[in-house]
Design a protein around this ligand. Structure first.
Ligand code: PEP
Ligand code: MG
Length: 781
């Protein structure tokens, strides 16, 4: 991504401009602020050069400077750059504030270096045109038929920086040429791909915009823009945006830190730093037999602690969340860790050294793998070392905080999250991780508001600082005003839990099913209590975890039937086992990198037993079956052939069975791209945005999706658009069952694209229905 370097005579000015640009362009924008050192005035060529060099490593840099010597210093710094670096730098003559904002918006949306520079350069034109008589711009020519629609500017501040930025970001998600004319004043047309151009329209509240689009995704771009306008350009009611932004970072004890929504809800409380007992194992006894027994006792005690934490999570948040910790328990039994530790003790090492050596060896092996998911597991292993050493020293215990409040931590292991004393923890702020990290998933299960990916800035928060944690939008406000607290809590209180059980529809009356993701019978029961319309995803692979052999057909039939009975006539979507790759099973032969339906197809007996169990339950209950990790039509055809075979086997044996609806997950990019080929074979698609994001962006599932806009990365939104169009043409229903289904920022866009079912964690059903009820879908253009 192109970075923007802001050079000013004054450090507070460059910091504030960079922060304003980041606030408007979103947290992904990369900005470097340079001002005079030591709080005075002036510019330092070396500092400017260093900032440019840092920025260039991100993919190019656009440099803006304020006046006189700052411009000269920026020019001189550029002149000192090696030729290879200088080629990736553009020094813009644009105005500092407007240029930085326009460039940051374009950069955050993935524009090229030249396009970002053009935005910075043109920013003065936009300002000059604001309120001035309209300047006609040339009508674009060529490129197919235009589609038209009209949208109304409802934002109280008109189409100023932030709403205009949302319009541009929304447009950039689509492969379409979009131009906008201010139909009220006649200004324009202006390209909707350029913030500065859009601002020349001078669109005020009540103005009508004529939007024209063409190109491969012109229709979808129009739909998305209409949805954006219907949402009031994502402006929240309250004072104008400029008044809502406060300088980021705990500069003077006040500030706003932007992270990523981890778990929904709002919490207010004092900052509490996580306290871990710092332990030293105190060296060894020098006797191998004694060290061996210390080692074994430490492993046994650590296993016991994890088991207790696991059961606590299972009771409070459900089996699905507890299963995350099963993986850690398995590590404590892993021969690749236990074996080398014992060998080291036998060779004369003390127990502590043996643990560190064995754990580090295993972690290093995983850490060297390219796959981000596996690298994150290396961190899990290192966290285990902490636990084992604590038990060795006899000072283990759950992490503590000093009094009730908001827990701040650099990281938090699943076991630590699970072991938190919930009567003390009002909210969680974690510097690392993303919305799909285990910490976020467990926090959601426990119902604790959390912001993750808050960055190192969060670690500078002083203990006892009053904090407002907004897990819905991913922000942490330091020393919040009474008004900010009142606004956030009022919004959180609007979550219509009272309406959770009622059917959800958008403001224009479009019905949307909100169902639950479950991993067992208990969660199916909870789903009904949470008001779910059914179960949109039963992750059946959780039935396989921690087992030496797979459950047989009868046992599975019992589990599925029990879940269906809990649902009392509501629909149950059973996904066949999604195992393999990073969800290994001890009793399956490893097929390198195979996961989901491909692994299942390599074990047809296991798959058919599951399908027979599902078919038997379908005789009595509204059950659907869907397949995970389908990559193309061949995978799907083979899976459906197994379903047919399972049906024939039951018929031949005279066993009663039903004919469940058949669907497929869309979570592999190739499946999304070829959705039109899959559609004729199924009744519904269920989009798994977790894996779809991971595989589309080559991103770590545990971390924040880079460049996500409005909850979904534009590339993933693009794929969702392809899937929805294929589904519309084939008359296939579309559900989303990844974490994005519960993200209030993603929901309006998903519904505008045609998604009509959202399947979310049980505790999120009420809030998701509330978000659906806020959406106004655009009528026909
Ligand atoms: C997904 O990938 O979005 C999904 C729902 O599947 P899982 O999270 O079970 O991999
Ligand atoms: Mg998945």
């Amino acid at each position: 991504m192109v970075a923007v370097v802001v050079v000013s005579h004054s450090a507070p000015v460059s910091d504030a401009v960079a922060e304003l640009a980041r606030a408007i362009a979103g947290p992904d924008a990369v900005l470097e602020a340079v001002g005079a050192a030591g709080g005075g005035l002036g510019t330092d060529v070396a500092a400017v050069r260093a900032a440019i060099e840092r920025a260039v490593t991100r993919g190019g840099a656009v440099v803006l400077a304020d006046i006189g010597s700052a411009v000269a210093a920026a020019r001189e710094a550029c002149g000192l750059l090696p030729a290879g670096v200088a080629a990736r730098v553009r020094l813009s003559p644009g105005p500092l504030v407007e240029g930085a904002v326009a460039a940051a918006v374009a950069a955050a949306a993935g524009a090229t270096l030249d396009a970002v520079a053009a935005e910075a350069d043109g920013a003065l034109g936009a300002k000059a045109a604001d309120g001035a008589p309209p300047t006609p711009q040339p009508e674009p020519t060529g490129g197919g038929d235009w589609l038209d629609c009209r949208i109304l500017v409802t934002s109280p501040v008109g189409l100023h920086a932030r709403p205009a930025a949302r319009l541009v970001q929304t447009t950039l998600a689509w492969d379409a040429e979009v131009v906008v004319l201010n139909a009220t004043t006649g200004a324009g047309p202006a390209s909707a791909r350029s913030l500065t151009a859009i601002q020349t329209l001078g669109a005020m509240q009540g103005h009508e915009l004529a939007v024209r689009a063409r190109g491969p995704q012109g229709a979808m771009a129009l739909e998305a823009l209409q949805a954006l306008a219907a949402r009031g350009f994502d402006e929240v009611t309250g004072p104008p945006p400029s008044m809502r932004f406060v300088p980021a970072g705990p500069v003077d004890g006040r500030g706003l830190i932007r992270g990523v929504p981890g778990a929904p809800g709002v919490a207010v409380g004092e900052a509490r730093r996580l306290r871990r007992t710092v332990v030293r194992d105190g060296g060894g006894s020098g006797d191998s037999a004694v060290e061996r027994s210390r080692l074994d006792r430490a492993f046994a005690a650590a296993r016991e602690e994890l088991r207790v934490a696991r059961d606590a999570v299972a009771a409070q948040a459900g089996e699905e969340h507890a299963a995350i910790m099963d993986a850690q328990l398995l590590l404590l039994e892993d021969e690749a860790i236990v074996g080398p530790a014992r060998d080291a003790v036998a060779a004369g090492a003390d127990a502590g050294g043996a643990i560190r050596g064995a754990v580090e060896g295993a972690a290093a092996r995983l850490g060297s793998v390219e796959d981000g998911y596996l690298r994150a597991r290396a961190e899990d292993i290192r966290q285990l070392a902490r636990l084992l050493i604590a038990h060795l020293a006899g000072v283990a215990g759950p992490p503590r905080i000093r009094g009730r409040g908001i827990l701040i931590a650099a990281d938090l292991s699943p076991a630590e999250t699970a072991a938190l004393d919930l009567s003390m923890v009002e909210g969680i702020v974690v510097a690392g991780g993303g919305p799909m990290s285990h910490t976020a998933i467990i926090a959601r299960g426990l119902g604790v508001p959390a912001v993750v990916g808050a960055g190192d800035m969060a670690l500078t928060i002083v203990e006892e600082t009053m904090l407002l944690v907004d897990g819905d939008v991913g922000t942490v406000t330091l020393d919040p005003s009474d008004r900010a607290v009142a606004e956030a809590t009022a919004r959180a209180a609007r979550t219509p839990d009272a309406l959770a059980g009622a059917a959800a529809a958008t403001r224009d009356g479009t019905a949307v099913t909100v169902s639950a993701n479950v991993a067992g019978v208990g969660e199916a029961r909870d789903a009904v209590a949470h008001g779910a319309d059914g179960v949109g995803l039963f992750r059946t692979e959780f039935l396989l975890m921690n087992r030496a052999a797979p459950p047989d057909e009868d046992e599975q039939e019992g589990a599925y039937r029990a879940a269906a009975e809990e649902l009392g006539g509501r629909r149950l979507v059973l996904r066949t086992f999604d195992a393999g790759d990073d969800k290994p099973l001890p009793f399956l032969d490893a097929i390198p990198r195979a996961r989901g339906i491909r692994l299942a197809l390599a074990h047809p007996e296991l798959l058919r037993a599951q399908l027979r169990a599902i078919l038997r339950v379908a005789a009595d209950h509204p059950v659907a079956v869907m397949f995970p990790m389908v990559g193309d039509a061949a995978d799907l055809t083979a899976a459906i052939a197994e379903l047919d075979r399972a049906g024939s086997e039951l018929d031949a044996a005279g066993v009663r069975r039903g004919a469940p609806e058949v669907g497929t997950m869309i979570e592999v990019p190739s499946a999304a791209i070829h959705a039109a080929e899959l559609a004729p074979r199924v009744a519904f698609f269920s989009i798994g945005t977790n894996d779809l994001t991971r595989y589309t962006l080559a991103a770590d599932r545990e971390a924040a999706a880079p460049g996500a806009v409005g909850g979904l990365h534009p590339a993933v939104a693009h794929l969702v658009g392809i899937v929805c169009r294929a589904a519309r043409e084939a008359g296939v229903r579309v559900a989303v069952c990844g974490e994005a289904a519960a993200d209030p920022r993603a929901i309006p866009g998903l519904l505008a694209l045609g998604v009509r079912e959202l399947s979310v964690a049980g505790p999120a059903v009420g809030a998701t229905k509330g978000a659906v009820r806020d959406v106004l879908l655009p009528g026909p253009a």
